[in-house]
Design a protein around this ligand. Structure first.
Ligand SMILES: [Zn+2]
Length: 343
């Protein structure tokens, strides 16, 4: 069997071109101060960030994570003294939201001013940067402008468009795409023990978002949630404005959940578009809702479907940019077309 060269210790699934470029940066001594991985949720950005940190710090010095040396193991366990990982915290009483806290970022920045303990540099992994408050974002920008010592920042975000140009311009930006269905399917079988049939189904409905496919595999509730949300989406099409606004009000109470719901909607409407444009098109991803998707595609013209997709994408961006959630969702509700009930 021919193994994919040097890829066996990367836990990241797919993204081979980006991995190749990162290895190249390490091996050619061209490491930069800041990297940004941007792309849709759950496609493996934070796994890639951790893998990259390991590859940088690995004692093998081959530009890949060996997975067994002390730095590789400590980074895997989030316990390396010179590698700090910052994730958003959930907060909020009436409206739940996940945010990168300015305190977490400031305490990490303080640590960067001290000498590294074990390595000759420090690495900071910052996930979901789109959730950073203005204060947190400014603190990072200031640090990127004057990086303390030998520090490398590895930042990931679901939405590069929400980041200030001043931050983007200081990072090497890699835009990541969803992973091909077949790659997700193979990973679910080989690394997560899924049977062939389940792997094929989950890979397809995940739309190439490996992290979500793994959650669907390990947690039946995630699959039920998806069904609930898709049925709500279908019902919404025949609801009046009052019913739609009531739904918007429910969604706005948890901004992160709203963003995830809209990601599901986007995949759904992409399927409606595929179905509408007819033959010779790629297969739809929500295969278990084929009948409903075809029905809706038949009721609407392509322009209306395209406009709905655009409206959903714009709302996703607005929510990530911390726009007024109620307003953004109500505007979206008015842009979603009306289709008479399926039943
Ligand atoms: Zn190693």
């Amino acid at each position: 069997m021919v193994e994919n060269s040097n890829s066996s210790e990367w836990r990241t699934v797919g993204h081979e071109i980006v991995i190749g470029a990162l290895t190249n940066h390490i091996m050619s001594g061209r490491l930069r101060h800041a990297y940004l991985f941007s792309g849709p949720p759950s496609i493996g950005k934070s796994t890639l960030a951790t893998d990259f940190a390991k590859a940088i710090c690995c004692t093998d010095n081959l530009g890949i994570p060996c997975g067994v040396c002390r730095p590789c193991r400590l980074i895997s366990a989030s316990k390396h003294p010179d590698v700090v990982e910052i994730n958003p915290n959930t907060s909020g009483k009436s409206i739940m939201r996940e945010r990168l806290s300015v305190d977490d970022i400031r305490s990490a920045i303080y640590r960067f001013t001290l000498n590294p303990v074990e390595l000759n540099r420090r690495v900071a992994i910052i996930n979901n940067f789109e959730t950073a408050s203005k204060l947190a974002s400014d603190a990072i920008l200031k640090t990127l402008e004057e990086p303390p010592g030998e520090t490398i920042f590895i930042i990931s975000t679901d939405n590069a468009a929400s980041l200030a140009e001043t931050i983007l311009s200081r990072c090497v930006v890699f835009r990541l795409n969803p992973i091909p269905f077949t790659v997700v399917e193979k990973a679910l079988i080989n690394s997560w023990g899924a049977n062939d049939q389940k792997a094929r189904f989950l890979a397809r409905i995940s739309g190439g978002r490996i992290g979500w496919a793994i959650r669907l595999l390990s947690d039946d509730k995630t699959l039920e949630d998806r069904s609930t949300k898709l049925i709500e989406l279908i019902n919404l099409l025949s609801l009046s404005r009052v019913g739609r606004f009531a739904y918007a009000d429910k969604l706005r109470k948890d901004r992160q959940q709203a963003v995830k719901t809209l990601a599901l909607w986007e995949g759904w409407w992409r399927d409606v578009m595929i179905s509408s444009t007819g033959a010779n098109s790629p297969e739809i991803s929500n295969v278990d809702y084929k009948t409903e998707i075809h029905f809706i595609a038949e009721q609407l013209d392509t322009t209306k479907i395209a406009n709905t997709l655009l409206a959903i994408r714009k709302t996703q961006k607005d929510l990530q940019k911390n726009a007024n959630a109620r307003l953004a969702l109500e505007v979206l509700m008015l842009q979603i077309p009306t289709v008479s009930s399926l039943s």
